[in-house]
Write a protein that binds this ligand. Structure first.
Ligand code: NAD
Ligand code: IPM
Ligand code: MN
Length: 369
């Protein structure tokens, strides 16, 4: 059996709490003989600042580069509010994404049947929801230069962020979205703001061309990003694959998270290009952050993190059946009434992070046995 090298980067806040539950699932898969992993742990974000004085040590980046896949919890928190901008916790995550070339961020928003009443929207709007947000992750305003604050003659300041996209960056993310759509319901919506932004004009032009040249079997719709946010709340099931840039993707995926019941439900995969050997760099992380408001209390929902492991099994290791088992166990644990505080309904008693992990393990054992 192949042994996969998995690098665990728990990070900060609830990151280590949800990572502990993933480690239980990893242990179970190993013991059940379904997959073999060699796991290493390292520091990222504030935890790395405390030890190394920066949010991503060069040795950690080298380990990440050498791993078959990376699982990351979350970074950031008030403890590091005062550190210099260039070495803030989030810079560690951004460097991992950029330096490993993880340009394609897949953020599936699925409303589990048992949670249709946990959403902020009415049941009929979200029941059966299954959207795949494809967020461009290594370009746009996150990385464009200049990015600076300068002081003007009168002592006031001027801040600049730069939104940049090239044809090649848009082409490759468009291919990811259209290829995924072919395996799903064959529909792509592309969100930008070509009415205000030059990057939006180029985005629409390139997506339209890639579609015409290679994917005439897929249905393509263009939508302005502000309208897209509104449509996600008005009638979310009109969307299947939604492709968009780095910043719009960040915002729209948090909106989509609430359609599923909680930000604690959304996993993600950040993927690089496929090389000649058919392998690609990959990092898996929940869409949520370090949740300082609930850190240390045992309230965090570990499903986004465990779902990210399922995506890792499927996309990096080709272990579709093991991924189905893990996702099936999540579905059954929810159906059996397991609820952390973020998804608890009327008359239900919330359970802790560790209890949710245990409930998922019990379902895994029941399915496999
Ligand atoms: P957040 O996602 O950490 O939290 C937003 C809200 O959602 C909070 O009320 C939180 O309690 C809740 N929440 C999030 N995850 C949850 C879970 N698993 N279970 C239950 N409830 C959950 O966003 P924020 O508060 O805006 O940011 C906090 C810090 O996290 C910031 O430093 C931010 O930069 C960082 N952040 C990191 C990542 C990442 O590492 N990928 C992502 C987003 C934000
Ligand atoms: C996310 C986060 C990150 C982002 C931050 C922590 C850099 O919000 O992964 O959604 O903005 O990409
Ligand atoms: Mn975000």
């Amino acid at each position: 059996m192949t042994t996969y090298k998995l690098l665990l980067l728990p990070g900060d806040g609830i990151g280590p709490e949800v990572m502990a539950e993933v480690e239980k699932v990893v242990g179970w898969l190993r013991q059940a003989g379904l997959a073999d992993f060699e796991t290493e742990r390292d520091l990222v974000g504030g935890a790395a600042i405390d030890v190394h004085g920066k949010p991503l040590a060069d040795e950690t980046l080298a380990r990440a580069d050498a791993a078959d896949a990376i699982l990351l919890g979350a970074v950031g928190g008030p403890k590091w509010n005062g550190v210099a901008y260039d070495i803030r916790p989030e810079a560690g995550l951004l460097r991992l994404r950029k330096d490993l070339g993880l340009f394609a961020n897949l953020r599936p928003a699925i409303c589990y049947p048992a949670l249709a009443d946990a959403s902020a929207l009415k049941r009929e709007l979200v029941e059966g929801l299954d959207i795949m947000i494809v967020r461009e992750l290594t370009g746009g305003v996150y990385f464009g230069e200049p990015k600076e604050i300068t002081t003007l003659e009168d002592g006031s300041k001027r801040a600049v962020d730069t939104q940049v996209y090239t044809t090649a960056e848009i082409e490759r993310i468009a291919h990811v979205a259209f290829d995924l759509a072919r395996k799903r319901s064959g529909r792509v919506a592309s969100a930008e703001k070509n009415n205000v932004m030059k990057t939006g004009v180029l985005w629409k032009e390139v997506v339209t061309r890639v579609h015409a040249e290679h994917y005439s079997d897929v249905e393509l719709e263009h939508v302005l990003a502000d309208n897209c946010a509104m449509q996600l709340v008005r009638r979310p099931k009109q969307f299947d694959v939604l492709v968009t840039d780095n910043l719009f993707g960040d915002v729209l995926s948090d909106v989509a998270a609430m359609l599923t019941g909680s930000l604690g439900m959304l996993p993600s995969a950040s993927l690089g290009a496929t090389d000649a050997r058919g392998t690609r760099k990959a990092l898996y992380e929940p869409v949520h952050g370090s949740a300082p408001d609930i850190a240390g209390k045992g309230f965090a929902n570990p499903i986004a993190m465990i779902g990210s492991l399922a995506m890792c099994l499927r996309y990096s290791f080709g272990l579709g059946e093991a991924a189905d088992l893990v996702e099936g166990a999540i579905t059954r644990a929810l159906a059996a009434g397991a609820r952390t505080r973020d998804i608890v309904g009327e008359g239900q008693t919330p359970i802790s992070t560790a209890e949710m992990g245990d409930a998922i393990l019990r379902e895994l054992a029941a399915q496999a046995g």
